[in-house]
Design a protein around this ligand. Structure first.
Ligand SMILES: Cc1cc2nc3c(=O)[nH]c(=O)nc-3n(C[C@H](O)[C@H](O)[C@H](O)COP(=O)(O)OP(=O)(O)OC[C@H]3O[C@@H](n4cnc5c(N)ncnc54)[C@H](O)[C@@H]3O)c2cc1C
Length: 402
């Protein structure tokens, strides 16, 4: 890979940097202790969400959302190098964050691959713009890692499906206009063969969304109930009973999306700053060679993740769908994030027990908050154990365990 930037790339960098300088909102005192877990903003109020939506619209209007999407779908068809430059420039500036992460990361790319021309025309443009927010209805109380065991039923009646069942852990369902829903359409067929992939309007009668509370205290995901929900047959993606193939495409976009393109160097610098500011055994934690060794190890892992991410992105920009290598990234990013969170707790000692925004908490308690939130990344999008299985079986081609 050649990482030299051409004059055109430098112009691109300058253009985006200048746009961000002139347009990024000012950071308020309240924003300064905000933290993110990589899955979305934490401790978010309706007002914060409104700010994210407004910032998203501004970026979209200027052509800075989904830059690697093909031009015909509203992207810029940006090159790998431009995508890297974009991420670098964005990470240097504080912004409120954007919306519709699942729509942009999962739904759009899946519809571009599997949707009919009519479906692409109807749904794809409103994804990047954030006009329609999407959620992902896969997991059920009895079907998580083994999602193909799902029981939500869709029965065909004329031009409609009638849907009954329950989903769980549905991120963003409380904001969503649409859901990519996996349903069972043939209960007699082997479990992977009787599933259909259907787009459901979340405002339909019979859809109920109930928030769930996470260990951090936030409610970013939900239970969603479907009671005799009527969905037009034209919302089916691909063939009836062959939704599993479509579902796998979405999952591969999810795994590579959670891990890919993530530059963790800023988080490592923050950890180093923490080590320089807290005291351990009569000196700063940073004075302890074991602490510096540990932080250096995190930096090495982060660099390996960064370059593996570039390889994955190269594949995507060549028009190839993400491969099982996305599991490597998803596993390494989420586990490194958790290890760093736990190490911050060691550095903080007894102060680690103070909650987010508690009086006397170091850095407003964001470290314990981040550590609690970090566990979620090792579960969402397929647990670490499941990623190990995939890497063993499909990347390393090891024999399947019993
Ligand atoms: C923050 C967050 C957001 C989420 N958002 C969504 C969403 O938007 N939409 C959605 O559909 N789902 C979502 N999920 C659900 C997520 O996909 C599931 O939690 C995940 O797939 C695991 O399923 P489960 O919770 O049922 O655990 P289970 O599958 O019951 O697993 C329990 C434990 O057993 C282990 N295990 C299971 N099977 C195996 C195996 N074959 N080999 C080895 N170990 C195994 C698991 O690793 C885990 O430790 C979200 C989860 C989180 C944490």
């Amino acid at each position: 890979m050649d990482f030299k930037f051409s004059a055109e790339d430098e112009r691109f960098r300058q253009e985006f940097r200048t746009w961000l300088r002139d347009n990024a909102p000012k950071r308020t005192a309240k924003d300064s202790d905000g933290s993110e877990d990589g899955l979305g903003a934490m401790n978010e109020t309706a007002e914060d969400y409104g700010r994210r939506r407004a910032w998203h619209k501004k970026m979209f209007d200027a052509g800075w959302i989904g830059i690697s999407w093909p031009k015909e779908y509203g992207g810029r068809g940006a090159t790998l190098t431009q995508q890297i430059i974009y991420n670098e420039e964005l990470s240097k500036v504080w912004t409120p964050g954007t919306v519709n992460g699942l729509g942009i990361m999962l739904v759009g790319p899946t519809l571009i691959q599997w949707g009919s021309d009519e479906q692409k025309k109807r749904y794809v443009p409103k994804i990047l713009s954030g006009e329609e927010i999407w959620c992902q209805g896969y997991s059920e109380p009895g079907a998580g890692s083994d999602v193909a065991s799902l029981q939500t039923r869709a029965i065909e009646e004329g031009d409609y499906f009638i849907i009954n069942g329950q989903k769980v852990w549905t991120s963003d369902a409380h904001h969503a206009d649409w859901c990519i829903l996996l349903t069972r359409t043939d209960p007699e067929a082997p479990k992977h063969k009787g599933i259909s992939y259907i787009l459901v309007d979340m405002h339909s009668p019979g859809v109920t969304v109930r928030p769930l509370r996470q260990i951090t205290g936030d409610s970013n995901f939900n239970e969603v109930f479907f009671e005799d929900v009527k969905v037009p047959r034209k919302n089916l993606i691909g063939q009836k009973n062959q939704g599993w193939q479509v579902a796998i495409t979405t999952l591969m976009f999810e795994r590579s999306g959670i891990g890919g393109g993530r530059d963790m160097s800023g988080e490592i610098e923050e950890l180093a700053r923490l080590a320089k500011s807290v005291r351990l055994n009569g000196h700063t934690a940073w004075d302890d060679p074991d602490v510096r060794q540990k932080i250096s190890q995190f930096a090495c892992e982060a660099a390996a993740i960064r370059y593996t991410g570039f390889r994955q992105l190269t594949r995507r920009l060549k028009g190839l769908p993400p491969g099982p290598e996305g599991s490597v990234l998803k596993l390494c990013v989420s586990e490194l994030n958790l290890k760093m969170g736990k190490f911050a707790m060691e550095l903080l000692g007894p102060y680690a027990q103070l909650e987010y925004r508690a009086p006397f908490a170091v850095d407003h308690g964001k470290w314990s908050y981040k550590m609690l939130g970090a566990r979620a990344l090792t579960i969402a999008g397929g647990t670490s154990e499941i990623q190990h299985n995939i890497i063993g079986e499909r990347v390393l081609m090891l024999p399947k365990g019993n």
